[in-house]
Ligand binder design. Structure first.
Ligand code: SAJ
Length: 402
C-alpha cells in the first residue's frame, strides 16, 4: 500500500473523523469524508470547521485546498473505509450502536475485494466481529478473505488531537491475522508512534480499559476528597504527600467526570459483564454522584446568607477547552439556577456567550460574590489566591486556590 495510490473514505466527520480525514489528506491520500449533516459537509468543503480543536482549521483548509479532501453526503468507492461515528449511551446506560450499523449499511454496496474496512468508533467488545463482520458477510462480502476488517480505536485527548493522532501508539485488531496485518500497514503510513497488531476483540477491550482505568482512578480521588472534607483536612495536601511514595500516583479530585469518553466508555464494559465489572460500575456511580455532593456543599454555605451571590468559575468539562458535553460544572450551575438559591454569576473564559447564562469576567464575579465555586481549573483561574478572596466563602472543587 502506498499513500499516493490509496483512496480513503472516512464515514463520520466529528471529533475523530474530521481530524483523521484532514490529516490523511495533507499526507497525500485521496480522501472523501462522509457525514449525514449537510451543514457539516458544506462547511468542510468551504475549507472551514464545525468543531473547536487547536490547529484543526489550518489542517482542514490545507487538505481541502490541496484537493485531497472533499466532504460528501454519500459514500464513494475507496481502498480503505474508516468508520468514525458516535456510539452514545441509551438512557439505560447501554451502548447505542445504531450509527455503526447505518455506516456499515452505507459502505457495504461500495466495498469490493481488496478493500480494508476499519472501525474506529469506541465499541463494546465483540462489535467488529458480531456486528460489522456479520453485516458485511450477510451482504455477500468475503470478510477476512478478500475484504480485510479491523478495529483501531482512537486514543487522542481533546485539545491535543492533532499531536496525539500522529504521535500516539496505535493498537490495531484484525478479525484475523491477514486483516490485522493489512490495517497495521495502513496506520504505519501516517502514524509516528508504534503500531501494534492484535485481535479485534482485544483492541476493543484495550480502548475501554484505558478509559475505565482513568475513571476508576478519578473515582478514588473523588472519594478521598469527600472523606477528607468530612475529616476537615485538605484532600489535595493528603494526595500530594501520598504521591511522594514511589509507587503511589493518585489523580486529582474534581466536581465529577465529564466529556463524552471517560464518563461513557466504562458502561460498555459493564453492560456486557454486569456481574463482573463491579469496581468499574461503582467508580462510575462515585463520579456521577460527585456533582450532587458539590451541590450539597454549596447549599450548605448558601444557608448562611439571606440571598447570596454565587460566582461559578468555569462551565467546561475540563481545563482550557470550550467543550460543555457531559460537563459536571454545567450540571452544577444549571441546578443552582433552577433552584434559585441565590444570584448566580458565571465566568467561562473559553466561551464568548452562553444561551442560558450571562457570562461575566473573573474580576466582576469575584468582586460581587459572597460564595465562589471554582469548578474548572482553567489557566485564567490558576493565579487566584485565598488572600485575594478576603472573607468570601470558597468552594474549590479542583484544589487550585493556594
Ligand atoms: N479529571 C479529573 N481528575 C483528573 C483527571 C481528569 O477530575 O485527575 C476529569 C476532567 O476534569 C474531565 C474528565 O475527568 O471532566 C475527563 O478528562 P480527561 O482529560 O481525563 O480525558 P478526556 O475525556 O478528555 O479524554 C480521554 C483520554 N483517555 C485517557 O486519558 C485514558 C483520551 O486519551 C481518549 O482518547 C479520550 O478519553 C477518548 O476519546 O476516549
Amino acid at each position: 500500500m502506498e499513500i499516493k495510490n490509496t483512496s480513503v473514505c472516512v464515514v463520520g466527520l466529528g471529533y475523530i473523523g474530521l481530524p483523521t480525514a484532514s490529516l490523511l489528506g495533507t499526507r497525500g491520500f485521496k480522501v472523501v469524508g462522509v457525514d449525514v449533516r449537510p451543514e457539516v459537509v458544506n462547511t468542510i468543503n468551504a475549507g472551514k470547521i464545525h468543531i473547536v480543536e487547536p490547529d484543526l482549521d489550518v489542517l482542514v483548509k490545507s487538505a481541502v485546498g490541496s484537493g485531497n479532501l472533499t466532504a460528501s453526503l454519500d459514500v464513494v468507492p475507496a481502498d480503505v473505509f474508516i468508520i468514525a461515528v458516535p456510539t452514545p449511551l441509551t438512557g439505560q446506560q447501554k451502548p447505542d450502536l445504531s450509527f455503526i450499523k447505518s455506516a456499515v449499511e452505507a459502505i457495504s454496496p461500495y466495498v469490493i475485494a481488496g478493500n480494508l474496512v476499519v472501525l474506529e468508533s469506541t465499541s463494546p467488545v465483540g462489535t467488529t466481529e458480531e456486528i460489522v463482520a456479520e453485516m458485511l458477510v450477510a451482504a455477500g462480502h468475503a470478510v477476512g478473505i478478500d475484504v480485510h476488517l479491523a478495529y483501531c480505536p482512537e486514543r487522542v485527548l481533546p485539545g491535543r488531537i492533532l499531536i496525539e493522532l500522529v504521535h500516539n501508539d496505535r493498537v490495531v485488531g484484525g478479525i484475523n491475522d491477514a486483516s490485522a496485518e493489512a490495517a497495521v500497514q495502513f496506520y504505519r503510513l501516517f502514524v509516528n508512534g508504534d503500531v501494534y497488531g492484535t485481535s479485534a476483540k482485544t483492541a476493543e477491550m484495550v480502548k475501554l480499559v484505558e478509559n475505565s482505568y482513568r475513571d476508576v482512578n478519578i473515582a478514588y480521588a473523588n472519594e478521598l476528597s469527600m472523606i477528607a472534607e468530612h475529616e476537615k483536612i485538605n484532600a489535595w495536601e493528603v494526595i500530594e504527600l501520598a504521591n511522594r511514595h514511589p509507587r503511589v500516583n493518585i489523580l486529582n479530585p474534581g466536581p465529577g467526570v465529564g466529556g463524552h469518553c471517560i464518563a461513557v466508555d466504562p458502561w460498555f464494559l459493564v453492560s456486557r459483564n454486569p456481574g463482573l465489572a463491579r469496581l468499574i460500575s461503582t467508580a462510575r456511580l462515585v463520579n456521577d454522584e460527585k456533582p450532587r455532593w458539590v451541590l450539597d456543599q454549596v447549599r450548605e454555605r448558601a444557608e448562611r446568607f439571606k440571598r447570596p451571590t454565587i460566582a461559578c468559575l468555569g462551565l467546561a468539562f475540563k481545563a482550557d477547552v470550550d467543550d460543555l458535553r457531559e460537563s459536571p460544572a454545567l450540571d452544577i450551575v444549571n441546578t443552582l439556577v433552577d433552584e434559585n438559591i441565590g444570584d448566580i454569576l458565571v465566568c467561562e473564559p473559553n466561551l464568548s456567550a452562553h444561551p442560558r447564562f450571562n457570562l461575566c469576567i473573573l474580576e466582576e464575579a469575584v468582586a460581587k460574590a459572597d460564595i465562589i465555586v471554582l469548578l474548572v481549573d482553567h489557566k485564567g483561574f490558576r493565579h487566584i489566591t485565598a488572600a485575594s478572596l478576603k472573607d468570601r466563602v470558597l468552594i474549590d472543587t479542583r484544589g487550585i486556590v493556594k
